[in-house]
Design a protein around this ligand. Sequence first.
Ligand code: PLP
Length: 372
Amino acid sequence: MGILFSAPQYEFNIIREDWLQSVVQIAQNGMFVSGPVVSKFESAFAAYSGVKGAVGVGNGTDALFLALKALGIGPGDEVITVTNTFIATVGAIHQTGARPVLVDCDDSYLIDFEQVKACVTPRTKAVIPVHLYGQLVDLREWLPWAEENEIHIVEDCAQAAGASLNGKAVGSWGIMGCFSFYPDKNLGALGDGGMIVSSSPELLTKLRQLRSHGGEVRYQHDIPGFNSRLDSLQASALHLKLPYLDEWSNKRRTIADWYETYLQDIEDIIIPNGLHSSRHVYHLYVIRVKNGHREALKKHLQKKGVLTAVQYPAPIHLTPAYSFLEYDAGSFPVAEAYASEILSLPVHIGLTEDEVLMIASEIKAFFILNKQ
Ligand SMILES: Cc1ncc(COP(=O)(O)O)c(C=O)c1O
């Protein structure tokens, strides 16, 4: 067998026996959706995130959508985010009826705050910084600016569970933080799942209503709502995994250190500029391949049994889905240039130093062959 790109099975094996027992219990109690298993995990996740509350929902996309709905965002409003993200960030904005306003990323792949400031109009209601690849956007400067301009910060934490800055957890910086528990995430379920965290009691109430047909009490519908709930089987797996999250983040950082050691003298690639603190939890380890060699290197690694990925092949403004936003090619040169160069190397808690060394040796071998 080759080297897997991501491998949630390692994490599953750690909680396997406890989770199987809880599955039986849940099945016997018959509380499959919502109920005490979900609320216990919500409390644990809120405590871990240093916020007042957490609301489990169906997936990370819904978490973003419901967060914006809870703020009353809709047609006529604008929400700023970065073009270098997964499509869901922009999809969630569009689903509310608001207009997604895009900006470029900087050389750490994260949203460029200067461009955010330049895009504000009287219609701007919120900004979604995306903690892409597991890197926390440094929001220290953002907070006073957001308050002064009455703009909400809704964090997209889908790729960054476990990250923090100065001891303050991802998701606790903005008015709300939105998580995905898709299985390959750093805290992953065995199916879909999502969470919104916040310290605003009003928003937490609104979110609990919105996720469940507009009311917290069955058949009492206070506002028009949706159906997006976290189920008990996922909540129990996530609750069992949560105590391991910091250890797993450390392992991911160790893997990044190994990559840095073994890749740093290869001049044909650019390695991440390493936020070597708790700010980076390496959901993905993304290098850039110079001189148009990305596809050939990807194929070479695949032949050697190393699976890699491209996250993402096109910035959002160049996807057919969002061509109606009318951003031309060339609008966001940094993200556009990176899209043709980026390559995500394997990262998962089962990866060994020997495997990283082997991957690095294959990358070196590829460039030696290509120079002959
Ligand atoms: C940055 C980002 N935002 C949002 C999402 C959406 O999460 P989900 O797939 O759980 O809907 C993802 C999932 O991959 C993501 O990577």
